[in-house]
Design a protein around this ligand. Structure first.
Ligand SMILES: Cc1cc2nc3c(=O)[nH]c(=O)nc-3n(C[C@H](O)[C@H](O)[C@H](O)COP(=O)(O)OP(=O)(O)OC[C@H]3O[C@@H](n4cnc5c(N)ncnc54)[C@H](O)[C@@H]3O)c2cc1C
Length: 438
């Protein structure tokens, strides 16, 4: 029986990896990339897998979240990580690449594969057949509109205004307390109380902290999101503006004093296991170093570890928990898969990981085999489990981090040692999985 080619849309990190995996499984693939016919506002070359900003894939050591993901991808035969290793440049503890050589080599390698056909064409509507969507955070407008009609208006976002996320066990529970305003519902929030002096110091630090510059196209998009003001902008509108907004203390009483605090920062549970906590209303454009400095002034967050800092940028992404299975298939159309920033993972390495799994599963579908999920104890498996099971109401993109892995059976206090155990468990489980499935 002749196998119909799988169609991959978008030749970024996810699409390039997906196309390679499909072809390596013996299935023909057509990879559509709109450049150079049309450029996104951030891409500048016609090469596949262009790195739009930094040339770094994050920390290289395998006991760091990004490094563990690199290692898992190496074990599974990722072409992106193989080429990143080949074109690595000295970058201290990070895996960084010569971006020109990296993308050019990938473009030539894919072009030489007998089962890959590269078509330089913009796709404006989701095609029939087995398809992998990997058009990234700057998906072209016509396809985004088509996707919005396919998924439903509310399931596609165009702007990411994400608050920082903190690892629960690094929040000081002697200060932060569980409660909901006016005791409505369960005590679903962790509350960090401030007295007047603490609030004023925090307010001043926020007003004077350094911001990142939005790009022109992001500034344009941001205008439509007045409802989602950065916390520092709110602070600049007046001393009390935050106290009448996200930091309002009404309906809350500090159990240590039985009094209403002067202001309260609330954190909302982000994952099912309660390991990750989202700072409510703290979307921000502050520089990352500044975010750590200023947010650690909040009582209870002195030693907070952030798995993701706040960002506000143009980002087209799906509400994956509503739409996507951990196999990266759409729930309502199993022959359609998606990967990369579009499904709400964040960063180059996570996009590569999505491309790898979507590619394997698209090839398996073409060969009449069941699609696979990865062990939840691996960084890849945990990432796809998270995006398919997080709360759809508050869904925001997620980078790889140790907070999404299932806890270890034994509690290990030393962080570096704990991360080493996570790494060992992930790589052992991945090895068994590989023997069983690939
Ligand atoms: C301005 C900006 C800066 C960023 N900086 C970083 C950073 O420093 N580090 C980091 O880890 N992440 C960064 N990101 C996030 C980054 O985009 C992702 O990590 C990564 O590029 C996502 O990979 P992807 O394959 O999902 O999308 P992309 O790499 O963007 O690939 C999508 C591809 O699809 C193509 N395409 C789009 N629409 C169509 C269509 N209709 N038909 C055919 N082709 C189409 C595009 O031309 C593009 O080649 C940044 C994002 C932006 C927007």
């Amino acid at each position: 029986m002749e196998i119909q080619p799988v169609q991959v849309i978008g030749g970024g990190l996810a699409g390039t990896e997906a196309a390679w995996q499909i072809a390596q499984h013996g299935v023909p693939v057509i990879l559509y990339e709109m450049r150079p016919q049309r450029f996104s506002p951030a891409h500048h070359t016609e090469q596949l897998a262009e790195l739009v900003c930094s040339n770094s894939f994050g920390a290289a050591a395998s006991d760091r979240a990004a490094g563990l993901l690199h290692e898992e991808l190496r074990q599974l035969g990722s072409i992106i990580i193989a080429k990143a290793d080949e074109h690595a440049v000295p970058a201290g503890a990070a895996l960084a690449v010569d971006r020109g050589q990296f993308s050019q080599d990938l473009t030539q390698t894919l072009a030489r594969h007998p089962l890959i056909e590269l078509r330089r064409q913009e796709i404006r509507a989701i095609p029939e057949g087995i398809v992998v969507l990997a058009t990234g955070p700057l998906t072209s407008p016509d396809l985004a509109e088509n996707l919005r009609r396919f998924t439903g208006m509310e399931y596609l976002s165009f702007f990411d205004a994400a608050s920082p996320i903190v690892i629960g066990e690094t929040i000081n529970r002697e200060i932060a307390f569980f409660a909901s305003r006016y005791d409505k519902g369960e005590g679903a929030y962790l509350n960090c109380p401030m007295n007047k002096q603490q609030y004023l110091q925090f307010w001043q630090a926020l007003c004077t902290a350094e911001q990142t510059e939005l790009k022109d196209f992001e500034r344009e998009t941001a205008k439509f999101f007045e409802a989602c003001l950065p916390i520092e902008e709110l602070a600049r509108r007046g001393e009390d503006t935050m106290r009448y907004g996200p930091l309002k203390p009404v309906g809350l009483s500090d159990p240590r004093t039985n009094e209403r605090p002067y202001a309260v920062v609330q954190l909302r549970q982000e994952d099912k296991a309660g390991q990750l906590w989202n700072m409510v209303g703290f979307q921000t454009n502050l520089r990352w170093g500044e975010q750590k400095r200023v947010f650690q002034m909040i009582p209870g967050l002195e030693n907070a570890e952030f798995v993701r800092l706040g960002v506000m940028h143009r980002n087209t992404f799906l509400n994956a928990p509503q739409l996507i299975l951990p196999t990266l298939q759409f729930k309502n159309r199993p022959t359609l898969l998606a990967a990369g920033q579009l499904i709400g993972t964040e960063g180059y390495t996570a996009a590569t990981a999505g491309g790898l799994l979507a590619g394997i599963n698209a090839a398996r579908l073409a060969l009449g085999k069941e699609p696979l999920t990865l062990p939840p104890t691996t960084m890849m498996g945990a990432l796809f489990e998270f995006i398919s099971s997080a709360s759809p109401k508050h869904f925001q993109p997620m980078p790889p981090n140790f907070g999404i892995l299932p806890p270890l059976q034994e509690k290990i206090k030393n962080k570096q040692q704990r991360y080493g155990y996570y790494r060992d468990r992930a790589l052992t489980d991945l090895k068994s999985w590989k023997i069983k499935h690939l």
